[in-house]
Write a protein that binds this ligand. Structure first.
Ligand code: PAF
Length: 282
């Protein structure tokens, strides 16, 4: 297992091992790895000659300083988890300076409106930060295939748009959500929950699956009302938003159209910890 903190050393190493037609699979993360991340690594190993994982808590995508400060940083245990998958995975865990070279700021992006919906509304500048860091990571690693989880579905659509608009030669591979036995979507932020909170927030997925069933027969507005009423019964969970949106444009659903695919999106706070989840309504 090789660990790089420096992009020059990483690129030199990648050049030294790459032969013509060899492929690089890339799993960008902010660490605190869980089974969802490990499934992305496994997929990358199956389908590429080399696999790189980045572990970098990107400051420019946090709109809330407390969230950035408290974001779990668990490099030692992350390394052990990566080793348990394969010794051949290359780890890139850069410093802020290695990525931002003294100017820790985001570029402004136009993602054709995707950035103005949901997470974009509630986390000002978040997707400029994500776009900036992912573009930079792609420039450094030059992956053939890059793996992203469907839990951050809006981020996934934005990264596809980034790749299209900036002509970046990489395949963006979408991977399914991993859930705990009680349905809670796996997330690095779950590490901040107490055992009791972890059980309580299982209700998020329960309500999402009920919303999915209701969506078969009800209007978008009445599904939204149902979800709001359900969360009113759980005052320890603060509902930030629940949206039903069209998958491609992420535009909120007013009235259902037959030829469109819809998805439900949710963000909640539990004791100041922000969790998101999503479910396809197909
Ligand atoms: O999904 C994440 O962990 C982050 O947003 C990403 C894509 C690694 C960029 O910092």
């Amino acid at each position: 297992m090789l660990l790089f903190n420096n992009k020059v050393q990483l690129t030199k190493h990648l050049q030294s091992i790459s032969v013509s037609n060899s492929s690089i699979g890339f799993v960008p993360t902010m660490g605190a790895l869980h089974l969802g991340h490990l499934s992305l690594l496994e997929k990358s190993i199956q389908n590429n000659n080399h696999t790189v994982i980045s572990i970098f808590v990107n400051p420019t995508q946090f709109n809330n300083p407390e969230d950035l400060e408290k974001y779990p940083r668990t490099l030692e245990s992350d390394i052990q988890k990566i080793k348990s998958i394969s010794d051949a995975i290359l780890i890139y865990a850069p410093t802020v300076d290695d990525i931002y070279e003294g100017n820790t700021a985001s570029r402004r992006f136009d993602f054709d409106g995707l950035e103005h919906q949901m997470e974009g509304k509630y986390r000002a500048g978040h997707f400029d930060g994500v776009g900036t860091v992912v573009k930079r990571l792609f420039e450094i690693v030059k992956p053939t295939n890059a793996y992203f989880g469907e839990k951050d579905f809006q981020q996934l659509q934005i990264i596809k748009k980034l790749v299209e608009k900036e002509n970046i030669p990489v395949n963006v591979i979408e991977c399914p959500i991993y859930r705990e036995a009680n349905g809670l979507a796996m997330s690095s932020r779950n590490e901040r929950l107490t055992a009791i909170e972890r059980e309580k927030v299982a209700v998020i997925y329960k309500i999402l699956t009920q919303a999915k069933t209701l969506f078969l027969t009800e209007t978008c507005a009445s599904v939204k009302d149902f979800v709001t009423e359900e969360f009113n019964k759980h005052p320890e969970i603060e509902l930030e938003y629940f949206e039903i949106a069209e998958e491609e444009t992420l535009i909120s659903c007013d009235s259902k159209e037959l030829n469109k695919n819809y998805r439900a999106f949710i963000a909640v706070f539990v004791n100041k910890i922000r969790l998101i989840d999503t479910i396809s309504l197909k």
